[in-house]
Design a protein around this ligand. Structure first.
Ligand code: NAD
Length: 416
């Protein structure tokens, strides 16, 4: 099954369940589920191939799902599998996520079907700026604000800022996740992983787990996974397993994260890290642990491996890492799942704080950003858990119900 189907199927099931429970149907349901605007473009770029200039075209997308509560907001992904269906599902997820953490944004997502590592810096810059030229009419500080996602980074945001500013004047707030030197926020880079660790700690405490006695496995050691690992260690947890696309490493006594980071910087992967033994990505998911953090791809935990997952808590750092069949099996076994909607919302929260700083032209200290982020995530977690208790449902269903109700209410108030 390709990634597009995984995203749409997983979210479709959870949404249908929440809509049915909320008794939202007919045009009201259609309005909440349909995109406001879907833009598909062809991006021409001249690439150097065997010493010659060759014209290539790439498909680019921006899906603006809903802006009832504020400007569209969402990441920009550069990956060969990017397509309209996947972008649409991820745009919707952003609408629910911004509503859940109660920030004045809607939801969007964009991307280009490209393997960015196969382009050099000049080519990546040209691709990004051509994409921005064509998208400029629909993005903007108060219209739609892109941010980094898989395959993009602060440099890509700086190129968008530059291109957009040529026709609109210097507008730092048109993108978030920028380099700090160009109006980016202190703390943005580590925000998603930091939020994941904060929620893992909160839920572990509720279950009377002692961090020092709690083993943690993290799948994915990119932006989110590595910063979650650093923050988990700072909170006193023991990381016994880590992995990336090449495979994983295991050490019962705990993996020193600074050494893992240095090893990845030097060799490009975790494989061969001193003091660890190799494991596969599949084995990592089946380790007996207190906490599992999937921080890589969609659809990682399925009906095929859920029975072998032996943890008490799953914190969904990645978007949609658990299929709905696996979700049911795990919930029945009493596994506590902190859903993606809440678990990785630290990224969009920090993006919101960056945008606010840009509007005010007044940068905040890193501590201020991370403190506000942790407070908001903690408060949202309390609200979701209270609703879950009240309605006798799991945290995911409660999160969706809360988010959908807020968007629906905004639509009713605005009257469109
Ligand atoms: P990234 O590209 O920086 O890192 C991804 C990591 O996953 C890498 O270590 C990669 O080697 C690993 N990986 C890739 N394929 C794998 C596979 N088949 N098996 C195991 N590991 C694999 O991406 P990221 O920014 O860390 O994002 C990770 C996830 O978190 C994505 O689902 C993304 O949508 C989600 N997310 C990210 C943010 C953010 O702020 N970056 C915010 C919210 C959600």
């Amino acid at each position: 099954m390709d990634e597009r189907c995984v995203c749409q199927e997983i979210q479709g099931y959870f949404l249908d369940r929440a809509f049915d429970r909320l008794k939202l149907k007919g045009p009201r349901r259609d309005l909440l589920l349909s995109s406001f605007r879907e833009t598909q473009i062809t991006v021409p770029v001249t690439l150097r191939h065997n010493g010659e200039n060759v014209l290539h075209t790439f498909q680019g997308y921006r899906v603006q799902h809903n802006h009832a509560r504020g400007p569209f907001k969402g990441g920009l992904r550069f990956h060969p599998d990017v397509n309209l269906g996947e972008t649409r599902a991820l745009a919707q997820l952003m609408t629910w996520k911004t509503a859940l953490v109660d920030i004045p944004f809607g939801g969007a997502k964009g991307g280009i079907a490209v393997a960015p590592e196969q382009l050099n810096d000049t080519e990546r810059e040209e691709l990004t700026k051509r994409f921005c030229q064509k998208m400029a009419p629909i993005i903007g500080v108060h219209d739609d604000i892109p941010a980094p996602d898989i395959g993009t980074n602060p440099q890509v945001m700086a190129w968008i800022l530059d291109e957009y500013s040529k026709s609109h004047g210097f507008r730092t707030g048109v993108v978030t996740g920028k380099p700090v030197e160009l109006g980016g926020s202190a703390g943005r880079l580590e925000a998603t992983g930091d939020g994941v660790a904060h929620l893992a700690h909160k839920v572990a405490r509720q279950l009377s787990l002692d961090p020092a006695q709690s083993r943690v496995a993290i799948q994915g050691f990119g932006n989110v996974g590595s910063h979650a690992a650093i923050a988990m260690v700072n909170l006193g947890f023991r990381i016994v397993a880590l992995s990336d696309v090449h495979g994983g490493v295991f050490a019962e006594q705990g993996i020193p994260i600074d050494r893992a980071l240095a090893h990845v910087r030097e060799t490009g992967s975790l494989s061969g890290l001193d003091g660890t033994s190799p494991i596969t990505n599949a084995e990592l998911l089946e380790l007996p642990c207190e906490i599992l953090i999937p921080a890589a791809l969609e659809g990682t935990i399925t009906s095929g491996n859920a029975a072998d997952v032996r943890v008490g808590i799953i914190v969904e750092a990645a978007n949609m890492p658990v299929t709905h069949e696996a979700d049911q099996q795990l919930q029945q076994r009493g596994v506590v799942i902190v859903p993606d909607l809440l678990a990785n919302a630290g990224g969009v929260l920090a993006s919101y704080y960056e945008w606010v700083q840009n509007l005010q032209q007044f940068p905040w200290e890193r501590e201020t950003v991370l403190r506000r982020l942790e407070e908001r995530l903690s408060l949202t977690c309390d609200t979701v858990q209270e609703l879950a208790r009240e309605r006798e449902i799991d945290m995911r269903t409660a999160a969706y119900e809360l988010a959908i109700s807020r968007v629906d209410h905004a639509i009713q108030l605005r009257g469109f």
